[in-house]
Design a protein around this ligand. Structure first.
Ligand SMILES: Nc1ncnc2c1ncn2[C@@H]1O[C@H](COP(=O)(O)OP(=O)(O)O)[C@@H](O)[C@H]1O
Ligand SMILES: [Mg+2]
Length: 230
């Protein structure tokens, strides 16, 4: 980062994604993460600027909504509109759920016993989102941070740039399908674990559940047909 408003000189690049950079800084004395969405050169500059802006706004809106409905998210400290950067609480002493699952599955312990309560928590969180008509838009195990100690299953949801408010069963079904695809490709042979997410989801989101589940089945079938056609 060129200059970081109000932050200490030392800024450590934590992650570099396709659309954003994540830096760790100290801001007003607090451990902070700066998520900066940078321009994509292959997009038309004006279109790019408005997309970047929309994603940042979507992220801020969803984080505010999550706080209202009791879903844990990082605290927002500051927004730099000029740079499309969000300064937020650095969730320290955490792993992504992705890394945690991979670590447990690679180990010698009873992976199911360790992971099932965690999957139940993941399902409950998504159920809470959907019962409040909040669609995440990019549900993956990399977008869930798990606080230490892992046994407490305290999860913090992040990366809301594609999120929006929508009551329809279709959008909720697609949100679940996006997670299923990401989950099974990141964690192969984990259908059983994924099923625990879905059952906890069903407990937490009774509103229009039948319709959501049938849409989920429908998009799954469409997905399968597509992959058979190639
Ligand atoms: N507030 C945070 N505290 C700790 N780590 C974070 C935080 N926000 C993001 N990260 C880390 O950076 C990664 C990318 O952030 P994310 O918001 O998911 O951006 P992207 O759109 O690039 O995926 C996350 O998977 C996580 O490892
Ligand atoms: Mg992400």
């Amino acid at each position: 980062m060129s200059s970081t408003l109000g932050a200490s000189e030392s800024s450590i690049l934590l992650k570099q994604g396709a659309e954003s950079k994540i830096h760790a800084v100290t801001f007003l004395g607090l451990p902070t993460v700066v998520k900066e969405r940078f321009p994509k050169t292959y997009r038309h500059p004006a279109l790019d600027a408005s997309l970047t802006r929309e994603r940042m706004k979507a992220e801020l809106r969803a984080i505010a909504k999550c706080r209202q409905i009791g879903v844990r998210v990082p605290v927002i400290y500051f927004v730099d509109e000029q740079k499309s950067s969000i300064y937020m609480e650095h969730i320290q002493n955490s792993n992504t759920v992705r890394d945690f699952i991979q670590k447990v599955q690679a180990g010698s312990g009873d992976a199911q016993r360790l992971l099932v309560p965690l999957m139940a928590k993941v399902g409950a969180i998504i159920g809470t989102l959907h019962s409040n008509n909040l669609i995440h838009g990019d549900l993956t195990t990399s977008n869930m941070l798990l606080l230490e100690p892992a046994a407490d299953a305290n999860i913090i949801l992040i990366d809301f740039g594609l999120s929006y408010v929508e009551a329809s069963a279709e959008d909720k079904g697609v949100d679940l399908y996006v997670l299923e695809r990401a989950f099974l490709s990141t964690h192969p042979n984990s259908e059983e674990l994924f099923a625990h997410i879905i059952s906890a989801y069903q407990e937490a989101n009774k509103k229009g559940l039948r319709e959501v589940m049938s849409k989920f089945e429908e998009v799954r079938l469409r997905g399968r047909k597509r992959s058979m056609v190639g």
